[in-house]
Design a protein around this ligand. Structure first.
Ligand SMILES: *Cc1c(COP(=O)(O)O)cnc(C)c1O
Length: 420
C-alpha cells in the first residue's frame, strides 16, 4: 500500500485555502531521504549530493536541501539563478549542461560553479571566453562498453551525452596543460534504475577509469560524480532501493580499486528523482464522470501539470481520498482536460467507485512533475505547496494566472492592459 502524509480530512482543510489542483511536497520525507543517503556514503570523505534542480526547481526546496549539506546540479542560466537564490554558490554548484551556450558558461564561471564538460570541443570555448576554472569535470560516455540500459536512455552509443574514452584522456591532458588543478569525471548511464548493482557497477567502471587516467596522463582526479538515475517505486508492489546496501557495495569497489593507489577521491551524486520523487503528490478534484465505450473520470488537473504518463506511459499510483480501504472494483481511464487523447493519468485502472467531487491524489510527482509542466491549450501551471515538518502548509509557488499566460504578448496594448 502506498502511504500518504495526510488524511482526507486534512487534505479537505488544505483545499479550503489552496484550491486544487496543486502539487504538495512532504518535507519530512525529503529530509529523511537525504539523511539516509549521506549515512550510506558517510565512509567517503567529501561525499556530496548535488540535487538535480530540473527535478524540482523550487528555491524553498533547494534551501531545505542546502541546509542538509546538498549542492545543486544545474544545466541552464535560470537553474543557476535558482541555486544562487537558495544560497548555493561556488563549488556547491555542479554545472552539468550539454550543448551549452557561451553565456551560460560565463555565468556558471562567475558563480564559481564546477563546470562539467559534456564535450572535448568545449575546452576551446572556455578558453575563448577566458573563463577556464581551476576545477573541471569531464562527462564520460562509455558507449556500448557499459550495458545496463533501460528504455529511457536506450543504448549508450546512441546517447548524445559525454565524451568517448580516448577523448576523455585527451581532454584531461589538455586541461592540465591549461592550468586546471582539480579534476573530476562524471557519468550518467541510465534513468530510473531499480537495480542495486547500478551504482556499484558504475562506480567500478569510474574507479578503474580514474586509475587509468592517472597512469596515462598523470592526472589524479579529486572526485567522481555518479550523477543521478536511481529509481523509485512507482508501483505499489515495488520495493524501494536499499541505499545503505548500495553505499556499502560502492565502498567495496572503492577499497578494492582506489584505496591501494593512495588516491583520495570524493564521491558525488546528482540525484533528482530519488530525493524528491516519492514525496510529492498532485492533488486534484474529480470534475466529471463519463460513460461511453469506456468509463472516464475527468480531473481538474491535466498532463500540463504532470506530463510523465502522457509522455512516457508512466505508471503513477492514484488514491481516491477517503476510499483507501474500499475494494478497487471499478475500471476507469482517469483523464485531464487537454484536447489530446493521451491526456490520461491512468488507463484501465481499477479504483473504488469514484464520485464527482472526490479528491484524487496522484503519487510520486515530486520529481520531473511540476517542472515538466507546460501551457498547452492555455492550461495554467498549478501551485506548489510544502507540508512542513511541523504540520503546517506553506505555499512555495503560486498558481499561474491568466496574466502570466498572456505576459509574453505584453507588447500588444490589448494584452498589456490585461496584464497590468
Ligand atoms: C536529469 C539529470 C540528473 C537527475 O536525474 P534523476 O533521474 O532525476 O536522478 C542528474 N544529472 C544530470 C546530468 C541529469 O541530466
Amino acid at each position: 500500500m502506498k502511504q500518504l502524509p495526510f488524511t482526507r480530512q486534512q487534505l479537505e482543510e488544505i483545499t479550503k485555502q489552496f484550491p486544487t489542483p496543486f502539487h504538495i511536497y512532504d518535507e519530512a520525507g525529503i529530509i529523511k531521504c537525504v539523511r539516509d543517503l549521506y549515512d550510506a556514503f558517510s565512509w567517503n570523505r567529501g561525499f556530496k549530493e548535488y540535487f538535480a534542480v530540473k527535478a524540482l526547481p523550487n528555491p524553498y526546496i533547494l534551501s531545505v536541501l542546502k541546509s542538509l549539506g546538498c549542492g545543486a546540479d544545474c544545466a541552464s542560466a535560470p537553474e543557476l539563478t535558482l541555486a544562487r537564490a537558495s544560497g548555493i554558490t561556488g563549488d556547491g554548484i555542479m554545472f552539468s549542461s550539454n550543448d551549452t551556450p557561451a553565456d551560460e558558461y560565463k555565468y556558471a564561471a562567475e558563480l564559481g560553479a564546477i563546470i562539467n564538460l559534456d564535450d572535448i570541443s568545449h575546452i576551446s570555448l572556455l578558453e575563448q571566453l577566458d573563463v577556464m576554472p581551476e576545477r573541471v569535470c569531464c562527462r564520460y560516455n562509455p558507449g556500448n562498453a557499459f550495458s545496463m540500459t533501460n528504455d529511457i536512455m536506450g543504448h549508450l552509443a546512441d546517447s548524445k551525452f559525454g565524451m568517448t574514452k580516448p577523448q576523455l584522456f585527451d581532454a584531461m591532458a589538455i586541461l592540465k596543460s591549461r592550468g586546471v588543478k582539480h579534476f573530476g569525471i562524471h557519468a550518467m548511464l541510465v534513468s530510473s534504475a531499480m537495480e542495486t548493482e547500478y551504482y556499484p557497477r558504475l562506480a567500478r567502471s569510474l574507479f578503474e577509469l580514474a586509475v587509468e587516467v592517472k597512469n596515462k596522463t598523470g592526472v589524479e582526479v579529486d572526485f567522481l560524480n555518479l550523477s543521478g538515475g536511481l529509481g523509485i517505486p512507482y508501483y505499489p508492489d515495488q520495493e524501494p532501493i536499499n541505499i545503505s546496501l548500495i553505499g556499502r557495495l560502492v565502498r567495496e569497489e572503492y577499497d578494492r580499486i582506489i584505496a591501494p593507489t593512495g588516491m583520495e577521491v570524493a564521491i558525488f551524486t546528482e540525484l533528482g528523482r530519488y530525493i524528491t520523487g516519492p514525496y510529492g503528490y498532485l492533488v486534484s478534484r474529480v470534475l466529471h464522470k463519463k460513460q461511453i465505450y469506456k468509463n472516464y473520470i475527468g480531473l481538474d488537473a491535466s498532463a500540463a501539470n504532470l506530463m510523465r504518463p502522457a509522455m512516457y506511459g508512466s505508471y503513477h499510483h492514484i488514491t481516491i481520498m477517503g476510499k483507501e480501504e474500499a475494494p478497487c472494483d471499478h475500471l476507469y481511464d482517469v483523464t485531464g482536460s487537454l484536447c489530446e487523447n493521451n491526456d490520461k493519468f491512468a488507463v484501465d485502472r481499477l479504483l473504488p467507485e469514484v464520485q464527482v467531487g472526490d479528491l484524487a491524489v496522484i503519487h510520486d510527482t515530486g520529481a520531473h512533475g511540476h517542472s515538466m509542466g507546460y501551457n498547452y491549450n492555455g492550461k495554467l501551471r498549478s501551485a506548489e505547496l510544502l507540508l512542513k515538518t511541523d504540520g503546517t502548509v506553506q505555499m512555495i509557488r503560486r498558481a499561474e494566472r491568466d496574466a502570466d499566460y498572456f505576459a509574453t504578448l505584453d507588447f500588444s496594448s490589448y494584452f498589456k492592459d490585461l496584464c497590468d
